[in-house]
Design a binder for this molecule. Structure first.
Ligand code: LIP
Length: 261
């Protein structure tokens, strides 16, 4: 099953990489963009993945936001994670496909077609990048790279997100903002970075990468509890429980222990 999903995602990546005359519109705010390539790729992935598992449910960012099935298989798909990057020719994007089994994460595939980086994982079978096993690093917080963002889609939340960065930056090695949660979380899985925080992500941004990171020995959760695979939620991740908690403690303090939405 994983090999067949990888083949479909790789083919979709070729389509995205070769997309040139795409149109760009927004989804309500000037920062929340969608391109015709996103929409076309979601249509392609929906057709191929539903044919792969007849009777499965498809949950996608561009028009297919349905509940995860409590029993059986559900696809959670972001056809282009990092749409703003893609729309500007910044080659940091991830095609993200998760397969849930009885509402639990089962398989995750994240592919950057511009760097030909294929991250794959199945629960209990390990995590891989281009077929080679990957594992989180054992770096300390002080040596850690912290991936984060400042809530471009809802700038009322930007100030506290910057406060989290301001409080953590002196304690860690440095901060990065790549612009695609799926790829950033996979970079934690391969040991390129150590901590992650975003105050508001949708399930299709993190579902596939959460399987890759978990199978690579990483840790990921939401604000004081498990990830929500049905609704937008905060996401905190780390290469170790200690490093994850060092981020979570600051996040909880800055947001007064209350999720802002
Ligand atoms: C994006 C995420 C990114 C986040 C953006 C956006 P999209 O996904 O991957 O990390 O900061 O706000 O949600 O919208 O490009 O699929």
């Amino acid at each position: 099953m994983l090999a067949e999903i990888e083949k479909i995602v790789r083919l979709s990546g070729k389509n995205v990489r070769e997309s040139v005359d795409f149109t760009v519109t927004d989804k309500g705010t000037r920062e929340n963009l969608v391109t015709s390539a996103d929409i076309e790729n979601e249509k392609f992935l929906k057709k191929e993945l539903l044919e792969l598992i007849p009777g499965s449910v498809f949950k996608g960012e561009e028009g297919d936001d349905v509940p995860v099935a409590k029993e059986g298989y559900t696809w959670i798909v972001d056809p282009i994670d990092g749409t703003t990057n893609f729309s500007r020719g910044i080659p940091e994007v991830g095609i993200s496909v998760a397969l849930m089994k009885d509402a639990q994460p089962y398989i995750g595939v994240v592919y950057n077609p511009f760097t030909d980086s294929m991250y794959t994982a199945q629960i209990g079978e390990g995590a891989f990048k281009n077929g080679k096993p990957i594992r989180v690093s054992n770096r300390s917080f002080e040596d850690g790279i912290f991936f984060t963002a400042w809530c471009a889609y809802d700038k009322r939340l930007s100030a506290p997100c910057f406060e989290v960065s301001e409080r953590l930056h002196p304690r860690c090695n440095d901060i990065r903002r790549i612009g695609t949660a799926a790829v950033e979380l996979c970079m934690l899985a391969e040991g390129a970075a150590e901590m992650y925080f975003e105050i508001r992500l949708c399930p299709w941004d993190f579902a596939a990468a959460s399987v890759v990171l978990f199978e690579a020995g990483g840790h990921i959760c939401s604000f004081g509890g498990p990830l929500d695979y049905d609704n937008p939620c905060p996401v905190i991740a780390g290469n170790s429980p200690k490093n994850l908690m060092s981020v979570a403690d600051v996040v909880v303090d800055v947001f007064d222990g209350k999720r802002p939405y």
